[in-house]
Design a protein around this ligand. Sequence first.
Ligand code: TXA
Ligand code: MG
Length: 321
Amino acid sequence: MTGILISTIRQADAVAIADGAKLLHEGRLVAFPTETVYGLGADATNGKAVASIFAVKARPRINPLIVHVTGMAQAEEHVMFSPVAAVLAEAFWPGPLTLVLPRRPETPLSLLVSAGLDTVAVRAPSHPVARKLIAAAAVPLAAPSANPSGTVSPTRAKHVADGFGDRIDLILDGGSAPIGVESTVIGFDSNRAVMLRPGGVPREAVERVVGPLQTPSPDGPVTSPGQLSSHYAPRARIRLDAHSVKDGEVLLGFGPSAPAEALNLSPTGNLSEAAANLFAMLRALDAEAAAIAVMPIPTRGLGEAINDRLRRAAAPRGTHV
Ligand code: TXA
Ligand code: MG
């Protein structure tokens, strides 16, 4: 090693993935692409490695982590699937859906991934690099989004390096994350599915499989600690549902009516394209101005997740939204 002070970004070829698996076995952290955003991975059965995720991200210890697996078979070693959970996994895995399920008492998963809860959030990502890395490591990987806690999630390898400098050992570069917003998180109240976080699988798609999703209540039995506070916060102030730009603001546009000079999430009004562009464009505008005005975005499909992230970005830091 040559004392380089930035993280090593490597093209995610077979050799780099094998090196990543080796680092994970040594308890080190490896950032990797998923179809949603980049994750900061650790061996989920190694308590020290999982603890270093919390340290490097400065993540509150009450906020549990998603455990990434290759599929149902590996997940079933660690959590218990109800029939409705199994139906959802069959419908959407591999893909951007996370299921919060009861821990098996005998699981070797670190207790830290659950942050004191008796559940584990599990997901099987579809991104080929993520799948190869989990398979090569041969252990489940705890992986939050690879950004310092409270900042905008990374959709490119460079975003990860910008956030962590030299504090992680390897960043596997798999290009831009194609979906661009984090996974949909579903919990269960008895047998009813509860929407804990809108994300990469639209609500409508989940509801076609299991019927209407429940909404969590803050003091109900099924909650998601990470959803309580403001998140995804750029430095700039964010003003939503803007129809014009005020002095000192830059515009984040959406659709054909946006001015041609504005950054546009999707000139044709395509919500998948808008989700894929969201975090990179927020980062670009954040570097440019102290205030960002965002045009209205429909709430259907991926629009629910986009609006959720924008609302959190617009909330004052540390507040509850
Ligand atoms: O798309 C994604 O989900 C990305 C990629 C890397 O897979 N990961 C991600 O992780 O977004 P993170 O840590 O940034 O968000 C995980 C969310 C948090 O809101 C957390 O509170 C919730 O999932 N969560 C994790 N475990 C949970 C549990 N046992 N019960 C309830 N919520 C849980
Ligand atoms: Mg996150």
